[in-house]
Design a protein around this ligand. Structure first.
Ligand code: NAP
Length: 270
C-alpha cells in the first residue's frame, strides 16, 4: 500500500487525511494518507525515513513549508519563487517539491464571479505569512493588476508587494477594494471570535474571503455578510490545493465535490 503523509506542528486539526483518503478510496487506489506531528528538530530525520521507506507523497504545513526546501532533490520554479513547498512527490528516487496553495486559492475564488474578479480588481490581502506569499504569487500570475498587502509586521508586507498599508490604514481606506482576503490566523484557535480589521467601511458588493476553513464561518466572514459582502471561506482553497497535490502524485484530478464532502463531515463532527 502506498503511504502519504501530511506533516506539521500542530497537525491534529488537519483535514487532509479525510480528504485524500476519500479520493483514494473512490478511485480504487491502494493508498493510505495519515497525519504526522513533526517538530522542526525532527524534520530532516522524517524526510530521510520517508525517502528510505519509499513513501509516495507529502503535504507540508506550518512550520515546515520553507525549511523543507533544502532537504529535497528538486523544487518547482513556482515554489522557489514563493519560497514555500506544500506538496512533495517521491518519484524515480527523487523528492520534488511544489506549491499549490496560491493556485488553489485563485481557483476557488474564480468560482464566485470570474468577470468581476478579473476585470480590474483592486485586492487587499491581510497578512504576509506563508499562505499570503503563495496567494500573491498566484494573483500576479493570473494578471490581477492591483494588490495591496496589510500586515502587523510591515517589513513582511514590503517583501510581498510594493503597495503596503498598516492594518489601521486598511480599515479606514477599505472602500477602495473589490476583494479583501484574510490570510492571517486571526479567526481560528485561540483567536477565534477576533477579526483582523473592522469592516465598517466596506464597499457595496465587495468580495470578502477568509482562508481559514475551520471554523467554516469566522467572525470576519460573519461581519462581512452583515455588511452585504459576497463571502468565501477557506474550504474551496483547501480542497483545490489538495486536488492539485493529488494530481501531482497520481496524474489524476480527483473529484473535488467528494473531497469537500469528506472535509465537511469531519469538521461538522467536531
Ligand atoms: P504564518 O506564516 O504563521 O502567518 C501568519 C500571519 O498572521 C502573519 O501575517 C501574522 O502577522 C498574522 N498574525 C497572526 N497573529 C496575529 C495577530 N494577533 N495580529 C495581527 N496579525 C497576526 O501562517 P500561514 O501559513 O500564512 O497561515 C495563515 C492562516 O491561513 C492559518 O490560519 C492557516 O490555517 C490558513 N491556511 C489555510 C489554507 C487553506 O488551504 N485554506 C492554506 C494555508 C494556510 P505577522 O507577520 O505580523 O506575524
Amino acid at each position: 500500500m502506498d503511504q502519504y503523509f501530511v506533516i506539521g506542528s500542530p497537525i491534529v486539526q488537519s483535514k487532509s487525511p479525510q480528504m485524500h483518503n476519500a479520493a483514494f478510496r473512490a478511485l480504487g487506489i491502494d493508498a493510505n494518507f495519515s497525519a504526522t506531528e513533526v517538530l522542526p528538530s525532527e524534520l530532516a530525520d522524517f524526510v530521510e525515513i520517508f525517502r528510505k521507506e519509499n513513501g509516495k507523497g507529502l503535504c507540508v504545513t506550518i512550520p515546515h513549508k520553507t525549511a523543507i526546501i533544502p532537504l529535497l532533490d528538486e523544487v518547482s520554479e513556482e515554489a522557489l519563487a514563493i519560497d514555500a513547498v506544500n506538496v512533495v512527490v517521491h518519484c524515480d528516487g527523487k523528492l520534488v517539491g511544489y506549491n499549490t496553495d496560491g493556485a488553489g486559492f485563485v481557483s476557488g475564488l474564480r468560482t464566485l464571479n470570474p468577470e468581476q474578479i478579473w476585470a480590474d480588481a483592486n485586492v487587499l490581502l491581510i497578512g504576509a505569512g506563508g499562505a499570503a506569499k503563495g496567494i500573491v504569487h498566484a494573483l500576479k500570475v493570473n494578471a490581477i493588476p492591483r494588490i495591496t498587502v496589510a500586515n502587523r509586521t510591515m517589513e513582511k508586507a514590503r517583501q510581498l508587494s510594493a503597495q503596503v498599508v498598516t492594518l489601521q490604514e486598511a480599515e479606514t481606506g477599505l472602500a477602495q477594494y473589490d476583494i479583501i482576503v484574510n490570510t492571517t490566523s486571526i479567526g481560528m484557535g485561540d483567536q477565534a471570535g477576533e477579526v483582523p480589521i473592522k469592516l465598517s467601511n466596506l464597499k457595496a458588493g465587495a468580495i470578502v474571503a477568509d482562508i481559514i476553513y475551520n471554523p467554516l464561518q469566522t467572525k470576519f466572514l460573519e461581519e462581512a455578510k452583515k455588511c452585504g459582502a459576497i463571502t468565501q471561506n477557506g474550504l474551496p482553497m483547501f480542497i483545490r490545493q489538495g486536488a492539485l497535490a493529488f494530481e501531482h502524485w497520481t496524474g489524476i484530478m480527483p473529484d473535488t465535490m467528494l473531497m469537500e464532502q469528506a472535509c465537511l463531515e469531519s469538521i461538522r463532527r467536531l
